[in-house]
Design a protein around this ligand. Sequence first.
Ligand SMILES: Cc1cc2nc3c(=O)[nH]c(=O)nc-3n(C[C@H](O)[C@H](O)[C@H](O)COP(=O)(O)OP(=O)(O)OC[C@H]3O[C@@H](n4cnc5c(N)ncnc54)[C@H](O)[C@@H]3O)c2cc1C
Length: 523
Amino acid sequence: MTNFDFIIVGAGSAGCVLARRLSENPNHRVLLLEAGGKDRNPFIHMPAGLWRLRDNTRVNWNYETEPEPNLAGRRLYWPRGKVLGGSSAINAMCYCRGHRKDYDDWAAQGASGWAFNDCLPYFIKSEDQERGACDYHGVGGPLSVQDLRYHNPLSERFLQACEQTGLPRTDDFNGPRQRGCALYQVTQRNGQRCSTAVGYLRPAMKRPNLTVMTGALVQRLLFDGDRVRGVTVLHKGEEKHFEAGETLLSGGAINSPQLLMLSGIGPGAHLHEHGIDIRLDQPGVGANLQDHLDICTVVKIGTRESYDTLNHTLAGIKYILNRSGPCTSNIAEGGAFIVSQYATDDRPDIQLHFIPAQLDEHGKNVLPGNGMTLHACPLRPESRGHIRLKSADPQAAPAITANYLDSDYDRRMMIECVRLSLEIFAQPAFAETVTDRVFPAPEASSEADYLEFVRRKAETVYHPVGTCRMGDDDAAVVDASLRVRGVQGLRVVDASVMPALVSGNTNAPTIMIAEKIAAEMNA
Ligand SMILES: Cc1cc2nc3c(=O)[nH]c(=O)nc-3n(C[C@H](O)[C@H](O)[C@H](O)COP(=O)(O)OP(=O)(O)OC[C@H]3O[C@@H](n4cnc5c(N)ncnc54)[C@H](O)[C@@H]3O)c2cc1C
């Protein structure tokens, strides 16, 4: 079959949701195209295996940014899933929706119909919450959300330390009050990762009206005048064409704008530089890139409690026998949402992820001994970057410029992140645990030192969004129904449509976006 009602490009967080929901109608013929392969790697499914997916080009695009001007010219490592489930197959499984005001702001900025009360039913619809249903949570949905089966004793001490700074404990970051500290709930089912491939796609795979093709790199869109009629795909070394009434791009915040530009939809002068015929001069494509920049404060501890010296054999046996123990941990166990001194309202503006292990350069640089890491990131940065083409070759990586720390506010907030992290490690709960400071170096004490540390060490916490922004102004790439403005038969449905970052991790919001649009399309 080469003719479909819907072609979905990318089987990631959003793409798997669309495939499942659109194929619920037996009259819809749906094709899901994924550049990566099947999710057979066991480290995808064993939660603590996430570190083994880093650098693995079979499941990860392993992007890196262009030299970042305000981060000492460093190229930052940007992992992205390239496998069924996309980034939900390689992420840290923290289940967070952000703050209700994030969505109300989207609506106020032109994304009509996307205020929090409009979105909440789709968060609930997606969810199978282990703790049961309530006004904020749902049961019976495809995405399993559970409490961690195991957590390290250091994570408990982290929560005590947060409380000692005056931050209250909460039992739910996704309930009526986001502020506070808690262990993260995770997208897991019975101690295993629940990616969207597992939760949404697998149960739908047997449907006769759904075709799933892996190893299928979509290269360009096909047009009939201003109507998109399908895609060209590179599959097993051959170019193939598929046609559909509607094409849905779910390639994520890096690849969806790349594919639009390869197809002639983007900033005209830039497309011209690469010899690409301009179909629609839309400067908004690839613009408005936003990401959570994150700084890791690392300390040494005097015990062997951290995962640095975990007995892997024992942990592996526990996991194999009954899906229990440290292998079920997402490693980023503890969390906090903080309202900093710079906040203008009661909405948290800093998020913490606590790791009971030493983490440097995404774990690429293994540090000796035992320690702990506190990730801290400002939640609503002002800096805006962009995705551009490096080449008109669809197999070439695009140029990513995040343009981090481009604003005074962003620099101040990163300094505040370092200060708060050090304050937490200095609390009585850690007095008998912490021995030395690793990062920032013990002699760093001034704001200038902290900023220099940030410039040398800050990394992404993996939440790029915004590169095909939804809105009602001329620079918005998609409208509130996620239709690409200026062409027919094309939508973008993934993290790239978010007008602005949400105050938290981005997997659940991306799934919500796909649920909401699928419901609109099925109606
Ligand atoms: C290491 C890491 C940790 C993270 N941790 C968390 C976390 O703990 N909690 C959380 O909420 N969020 C987390 N995130 C972020 C979250 O996972 C992403 O925001 C979300 O998965 C984005 O979904 P998406 O549908 O936009 O894109 P993706 O899930 O990335 O899906 C895009 C899919 O499209 C495919 N594709 C791209 N281009 C093409 C093409 N041309 N042809 C065919 N297929 C194509 C890709 O291979 C991929 O499968 C993390 C992300 C990463 C990378």
